[in-house]
Design a protein around this ligand. Structure first.
Ligand SMILES: [Zn+2]
Length: 288
């Protein structure tokens, strides 16, 4: 090839590269103008047993990357929540909840364990907590005096409860103290939407958090008619969550958020914004 030929080919490549870069820049601008909907993650565990999966900085970067601007934070033990609070991250609202567990095994026994009630009271002295949970309770296990004491303590101190519970246990919690305010982790998992609707109607201070909740979309990712109807009927009663209870949930954090955004996009924008972040902002808006 002649020197002229080489120079020409070089110039052509340069122009092609410029065109490609211009195109990419234009596309990036369009993406920027149409940012993904802001999400409040109302079920985040930053477990610390004895070391977290991600450092605080890595967690904050991950949340920022996926446009998560608020978190309901809990940790086993509570060390992880302390670390998030101490970080005072810019652009992220951290809403700390007291986890009533020291180790994983406490899940099975906390409701009959006076030591746990002491732990809750002790932890509360930090002054910044907004709730107690996530705790696990099923059926009549909710009837113990330690559960009642926990519910009463929450009501007396203006704390929410974050309960991974079946509908029977939720009803017992509400009976312990009708002034309880409960965030219902997983919203009953596979419980029928009729029953969920009945619970929401009966308890105005009950909010459904939707991690691991089945039936919201069909096999092709389309929002199901029954869930659309429920969201339209109770737009102010649902929250989203990642439930990072195991490392795998951290690894797939972006997919979880993308999954939420995919069905939120099928709702009227006002309702989508309420579920994505507005309801959480209403619940946790005021500072302690
Ligand atoms: Zn959880």
């Amino acid at each position: 090839m002649t020197r002229f030929g080489r120079a020409l080919r070089f110039a052509v490549r340069g122009v092609a590269l410029l065109i490609a870069l211009t195109f990419l820049a234009a596309r990036a601008e369009r993406v920027g103008a149409d940012e993904p909907i802001e999400i409040f993650d109302a079920h985040l565990h930053y477990n610390w047993e004895p070391k977290p999966y991600y450092s605080v900085d890595e967690v904050l970067a991950l949340l920022k990357k996926h446009r998560v601007t608020g978190i309901l934070a809990t940790s086993r033990p509570n060390t992880g929540t302390h670390a998030l609070m101490e970080a005072k991250p810019a652009g992220l609202k951290v809403v700390p909840f007291i986890r009533p567990y020291r180790v994983r095994a406490d899940i099975q026994t906390w409701f009959g364990d006076p030591f746990i009630f002491e732990l809750v009271q002790d932890e509360f002295k930090r002054g910044y907590y907004r709730g107690i949970g996530e705790f696990h309770i099923s059926g009549r296990n909710a009837e113990t005096e330690w559960v009642k004491k926990t519910v009463d303590f929450a009501v007396a101190n203006d704390l929410y409860l974050h309960a991974h519970a079946d509908d029977i246990a939720v009803e017992i919690l509400m009976r312990h103290n009708p002034r309880a305010r409960i965030i219902w982790a997983h919203t009953g998992f596979g419980l029928s939407t009729d029953r969920v609707a009945e619970m929401l109607a009966k308890y105005p201070k009950l909010w459904g958090e939707l991690s691991y909740r089945g039936g919201i979309v069909d096999g092709s990712g389309k929002l199901t008619a029954e869930w659309r109807a429920l969201f339209e009927r109770y737009p102010d009663r649902f929250l989203l969550g990642s439930d990072t209870w195991i490392n795998e949930r951290w690894q797939t954090y972006g997919e979880t958020m993308a999954g939420y955004r995919a069905w939120l996009a099928q709702l009227p924008p006002k309702i989508a914004a309420q579920i994505a972040n507005g309801n959480a902002k209403t619940l946790f808006g005021s500072e302690r």
